[in-house]
Design a protein around this ligand. Sequence first.
Ligand SMILES: *[C@@H]1O[C@H](CO)[C@@H](O)[C@H](O)[C@H]1NC(C)=O
Length: 279
Amino acid sequence: MGGRNKKRKDRGNERRFMNVKCSKRLMGVATKASIGTVVSITIIMLAYMFNRYKQDYNSNILQETLTGLLREENSAKVSPDTKIAIGFGSCQDIVVQSNQIIFDRPPSYPEHFFSITNKEEFLKVFAYFYRHGAAAERFISNSTFFSELVYLAEKAPSARYIIGGNAPVMAKRFVKEGCQVLLGAQMSKSLENQFPNSIRISGPIVGEDDIHLLLEYPAGQRWGKFSPPRANRFIVHNDHQNPELSSLDAFITQMENYDPNLLVVGGLQMMDNFPMSES
Ligand SMILES: *[C@@H]1O[C@H](CO)[C@@H](O)[C@H](O)[C@H]1NC(C)=O
């Protein structure tokens, strides 16, 4: 009897020992699990707090910049009858979402070109800037290819038309300040109609405007393996009038009698990468 009891007791001890061993292991796992959980929660919290801090910091900078600009703007008084002559150039801007005119897969290797001759080069140079979300403007030397892009842009649901060119944009702003403005720019009748009447335009009036295509994209939009870290736009054009300053002669002739208080010159960057003829 004693022997049987002892056996039962031993088995009991053994079981208790096993239980203790088991629960120790369980507790070990549980502790490890909870340390893991605490660590993950802490990381998530820290990431969240860091993000909040970054957002606050960025919006503070934005707010300060905006306030500073408004203060500068208010500190300058423009006398209403100031006469400003401003050149050069104008264009019709067509703003469009890039994924509504680019349906091709991206190239495997983005590459940079100063001026673009065909679709292949276009896709490569677009990808080159797109992957970094970097702004750029490039000349397309192939008019046939450029017309194909314009045709697609005009059909795109997101297409918007605005008056383009640095000089016209500044001219519109000067008129809002009450200034008198002579704008040195060639343009079509239909673009001229989009301007406020108070801006005097040097001309000449031409059959067709230079067109600038602004291909916009949002941050994070996937195009194959590329995804831009920020929203931006890539501009292409096939200008022939702006790089040659085709409004220069008319502008100078009209300036002689105009006698402006201020002469502003802009738009010369359109000569960049333009294949000027030697003659
Ligand atoms: C110009 O573009 C057209 C239309 O995309 C194309 O067929 C032609 O090959 C291009 N020309 C050159 C020189 O690449």
